[in-house]
Design a protein around this ligand. Structure first.
Ligand SMILES: NC(=O)c1ccc[n+]([C@@H]2O[C@H](COP(=O)([O-])OP(=O)(O)OC[C@H]3O[C@@H](n4cnc5c(N)ncnc54)[C@H](OP(=O)(O)O)[C@@H]3O)[C@@H](O)[C@H]2O)c1
Length: 333
């Protein structure tokens, strides 16, 4: 009997869950848990102790009996909440208009509909602040820039190689009341990395945050390119050119950007925040993504090093180990 092998599309080394026929088992009563994405990244500087892991305590002594009034009200909702039927409030929540921004022409396309819902408690957290977002021409970076604008950012610099898309996102940011600067820049060039920070400073004077999203995910195994092509490997090999290109964009570029923005953050005395968009691959990663996975590992270490170095400058840094995301970078099917 012949066996039909179905190859699931892979993005960032992970299976595309939106592909027909691909399903993930959900544990009863909740979302499937991805251990990789749940990993905690401690950015605590060396020497700072973590909170101890709670150990099982012996059973507490029998609690003292509650006063009569407390016993009576226990388990009861406040009058207003008790009156509200659960089904009705769920219905009302579904009807509530969502604050969303469709950044593309094709309405209804999940790829283009950038929903930037801002919960009330988080609104205006970044009001009056200025940011640099790399990779802001599309995908995750574009969504981050639009969300920052929705949360009240005063000025945002985005950069990338795609002129038309960059201008479009800049116009969208302006429409949301945020001053925008799009810089056509290729972050493979160290000069362009330095220029992005300089141009941002010229336009806005201060930098409160950097979100580094730009990256390349080019695949390649441990084989040489020649060996991989002789073996007709789907994922190709890794040569010096590929390795250097991935490291130039995924490691050297954020190094130069962080160096530049930390200077501005120290000068202003306001401190700031750096967020590096990483990948779960930094924990080891797929052997088909040797350069990519190891570059994200380097970025994670660099983030911690930076955070420790600037612990007294009111500058913090975080590395976000993302799992699969359905972004513009995902090949069209
Ligand atoms: N999507 C996923 O499943 C996934 C999973 C884990 C982690 N991540 C990470 O999330 C981040 C964003 O991914 P994404 O899916 O949003 O990617 P994407 O849609 O492919 O966008 C990549 C962005 O990087 C910019 N970029 C690429 N090369 C550049 C260069 N040489 N110079 C300047 N900018 C450059 C692109 O701008 P231009 O094309 O205009 O230059 C684009 O804005 C990346 O760091 C990626 O590693 C993604």
């Amino acid at each position: 009997m012949s066996k039909r092998v179905v190859r699931a599309p892979v993005r960032d080394g992970m299976v595309d869950p939106t592909q027909p026929g691909i399903s993930f088992a959900q544990p009863k009563g909740g979302q499937a848990k991805d251990k990789g994405t749940e990993r905690q990244h401690s950015l605590a500087p060396a020497g700072v102790e973590r909170a101890p892991t709670p150990t099982k305590q012996p059973a507490a002594k029998k609690a003292a009996p509650k006063p009569k009034a407390a016993r009576k009200s226990a388990g009861k909702l406040p009058a207003a909440a008790a009156k509200r039927p659960a089904a009705e409030s769920a219905k009302a929540a579904a009807k509530r208009p969502r604050q969303s921004a469709s950044a593309g022409a094709s309405a209804g396309s999940s790829r283009e509909a950038y929903s930037t819902v801002v919960p009330p408690a988080r609104q205006k957290r970044v009001a009056g602040k200025h940011f640099i977002v790399t990779g802001g021409t599309q995908g995750c970076g574009k969504c981050v820039a639009l969300t920052l604008a929705d949360e009240g950012a005063k000025g945002i610099t985005i950069c990338g190689r795609q002129d038309a898309k960059g201008r479009q996102v800049a116009a969208e940011l302006e429409r949301r009341g945020c001053r925008a600067l799009f810089l056509k820049a290729d972050l493979l060039s160290s000069d362009d990395c330095v220029r992005v920070v300089e141009e941002h400073e010229r336009m806005f004077g201060v930098c409160d945050g950097l979100v580094h999203c730009a990256a390349t995910t080019t695949r390649g195994t441990w084989k040489s390119v020649d060996e991989a092509s002789a073996d007709r490997d789907d994922f190709g090999g890794t040569d010096v050119e590929l390795f250097d290109r991935v490291y130039a964009l995924n490691v050297r570029a954020p190094f130069l950007l962080m160096q530049g923005v930390s200077k501005l953050m120290r000068q202003s005395g306001r401190g700031g925040s750096v967020v590096n968009i990483g990948s779960v691959h930094s924990a080891g990663g797929s052997p088909k993504l040797v350069a990519y996975a190891t570059s994200k590992g380097a970025l994670e270490t660099m983030t911690k090093n930076f955070a420790f170095a600037h612990r007294n400058d009111r500058i913090r840094a975080n590395y976000i180990a993302c799992g699969w995301m359905y972004t513009d970078g995902v090949p069209q099917r």
